[in-house]
Design a protein around this ligand. Structure first.
Ligand code: UT7
Length: 321
């Protein structure tokens, strides 16, 4: 059996942190107290006008490749999870492949599972590697959510930020990625969406992110607890053997509630939501890379990553690092 292991991580956050007080100064009717109390977010990063998801992805990818110590042409699969692609087509993954100078004719495609996109991408890459068709995958989450925020909607615009995170996943004789679980329930597609499209040369519908915050909150708390327990059971390992939970970074209250369900103290949970806000598909790989570079997550440790996002989609992976 061919296993797969993460051999390098990287991330990139554009520009300087934008604090809650900075948002107030920009005229948004909110306060640092409200945002911190309801979400735990203190700051986020926004890409400068004109900067695209593929540009953020490229920086994160180069850092992951450098950490992996491989050559770009060793990468035969590029997957970019994004809901804010550069274009309708070509895919952001093909732009990243070209930007990196990969010329080996490997596969490259985008995955659209909103905030769960990176977990979907990693699970797909693991299955490609297990099948023997590919040997080394670059899996990226990259977002410029600032482009789809309605700055007049204080219930959403304070929550999100821009950024990118990446991993190199490589075929190995020992696991690695021990279990993955992916789910979706399309009946809930309207509680978190950007319900617009481009047709006949113009945007039809609504090009901004819309969310029923309380419905999303309840859904997220339930499925994130369930899916983490599911991958632990699938891997057949004791819950107590988990060294780190790396959850989607949307709201500290959601993260705390998942940790409680798993019986994990918060010092075993990677949190970056305070510094980065919700970077959607980028949140899990950014949090992972921050924890690796801070010396928190180390070789030989066991982690669970998990995500939940519009669709609704949710999923998790249990990984021996
Ligand atoms: O990747 C998944 C993405 N999304 C999420 O995970 C978000 C999940 N949901 C949440 O995190 C929470 O529902 C929110 C943080 C979005 C909102 O918290 P809440 O406790 O559900 O607040 P709410 O929407 O019920 O609003 C409570 C009050 C309202 O005022 P009234 O009606 O009680 O007078 C809002 O108008 O807070 C007000 N409010 C704000 N006040 C200051 C809403 N947004 C803001 C704001 N600043 N930014």
């Amino acid at each position: 059996m061919i296993h797969s292991t993460i051999v390098g991580t990287g991330s990139y956050l554009p520009g300087e942190p934008v604090t809650n007080d900075d948002l107030v100064a920009r005229g948004i009717e909110t306060s640092d107290e409200w945002i911190v109390a309801r979400t735990g977010i203190r700051a986020r990063h926004f890409a400068a006008p004109g900067v695209t998801a593929s540009e953020l992805a490229l920086v994160a990818a180069r850092r992951a490749i450098e950490a992996a110590g491989c050559a770009v042409d060793d990468i035969d699969l590029v997957i970019v999870a994004t809901s804010t692609p550069d274009y309708i087509f070509p895919s952001t993954a093909t732009l990243v492949q070209a930007g990196l100078g990969i010329r080996n004719g490997g596969a490259a495609f985008d995955v659209q599972a909103v905030c769960c996109g990176f977990v979907y991408g990693l699970a797909i890459a693991e299955k490609f590697i297990a099948s023997g068709s590919h040997r080394r995958a670059l899996v990226i989450g990259a977002e410029v959510f600032s482009r789809i925020l309605d700055w007049a909607d204080r219930g959403t615009c304070v929550l999100f930020g821009d950024g990118a995170g990446a991993v190199v996943l490589e075929a190995s004789s020992t696991p690695g990625v021990r279990a993955t679980a992916l789910h979706a329930d399309g009946r809930h597609n309207a509680i978190l969406c950007v319900p617009g499209n481009v047709a006949a040369g113009k945007v039809t519908g609504d090009p901004f992110l819309r969310m029923d915050g309380q419905a999303v909150f309840k859904f997220a708390v339930k499925v994130l607890g369930d899916v983490a327990q599911e991958v632990i059971a699938l891997a057949g390992v004791p819950q107590a053997s988990i060294d780190w939970l790396v959850p989607h970074q949307a709201n500290i209250r959601i993260i705390q509630s998942t940790a409680r369900r798993l019986g994990l103290p918060m010092d075993k949970v990677v949190t970056t939501v305070d510094r980065h806000g919700n970077t959607s598909a980028a949140s899990v790989p950014i949090a992972l890379d921050c924890a690796v570079r801070a010396g928190q997550i180390r070789a030989g440790q066991r982690i669970v990553i998990e995500g939940v996002g519009g669709g609704f989609t949710w999923g998790a992976a249990l990984i021996d690092f």
